[in-house]
Design a binder for this molecule. Structure first.
Ligand code: ADP
Ligand code: ADP
Length: 225
């Protein structure tokens, strides 16, 4: 099949620091890809270029064959909200809202009615095995529960790609692995691809494929496990 996302010889510097140095990769529909490599190797910068949050200095990123740099800011924002979902390590849930309201929020912002949005959110909380925290605020749940809620929120709009930057980085290895397994299973059921940044090998092992970064270049693409 055609790749969903293509990065072609992408370079990006921050002042004198060359964070990405001609990195290339492809992401196929529904695949779970782990970006690995030592701290400072360019993983987050590549993730941000792939998701259109950062513009490369040179090279090209295309989503479904469309060059992200050729889109207007408005089109890029619409793409991020419509086709992409995001999960970060910390601080992504709105503290004043319940977990259910947090998961329903992206649908509400798209104009979906409350009953329908919350029904959908409830199904996802259930799928992520955190139905019991629906009525609680993020401050009242554990780190692992909060990350599952964040995964549910990233999936609720049915994105083509979930971008996850160290999504289990704040969790112990048991909780981290469990969140990762649930993320992968729920994404695969919905046909969403996942691009995951991690420096933990047991988390990368949950992916279909691993791309290692060294000094801003993709150096190794391991075969599917
Ligand atoms: P990784 O995610 O693998 O740890 P990053 O992509 O975060 O790597 O960073 C790659 C390099 O770019 C590092 O040397 C980092 O310090 C630098 N860098 C990343 N983002 C910025 C920024 N916003 N400003 C300055 N330097 C940055
Ligand atoms: P708009 O420009 O329409 O306000 P944003 O660019 O703020 O939209 O947000 C669009 C999506 O991109 C959101 O899902 C948000 O989580 C994500 N996003 C925005 N800024 C960043 C960032 N610095 N790092 C990671 N994700 C981001």
């Amino acid at each position: 099949s055609q790749p969903l996302l293509v990065a072609d010889e992408v370079s990006r510097s921050f002042g004198p620091t060359r964070a990405l140095n001609g990195a290339s990769l492809r992401v196929f529909p529904g695949e779970v890809l782990a970006l690995t490599g030592p701290s400072g190797s360019g993983k987050s910068t590549l993730l941000h270029c792939l998701s259109g949050i950062l513009t490369p200095d040179s090279g090209r990123v295309a989503f479904e064959g469309r060059d992200l740099a050729a889109l207007t800011d408005r089109e890029r924002s619409a793409l991020r909200r419509g086709a992409f979902g995001f999960v970060f390590q910390f601080g992504q849930l709105v503290p004043e809202l319940t977990c259910l309201e947090n998961v329903a929020l992206p649908l509400r912002l798209d104009g979906v009615r409350r009953t329908r949005a919350e029904q959908h959110a409830t199904e996802l909380l259930d799928r992520l095995e955190v139905a019991d925290v629906a009525g609680k605020r993020p401050g009242q749940v554990s780190g692992g529960q909060g990350q599952r809620v964040a995964v549910a929120r990233a999936l609720v709009t049915g994105p083509r790609v979930i971008f996850a930057d160290e999504p289990t980085g704040a969790l112990d290895s048991h909780n981290g692995a469990q969140v990762m397994r649930l993320l992968v299973a729920a994404a695969k059921e919905r046909g969403s691809a996942v691009v995951l940044v991690t420096h933990e090998s047991h988390i990368a092992a949950c992916a279909d494929r691993e791309v290692a970064l060294r000094d801003g270049s993709a150096v190794a693409a391991e075969a599917a496990r």
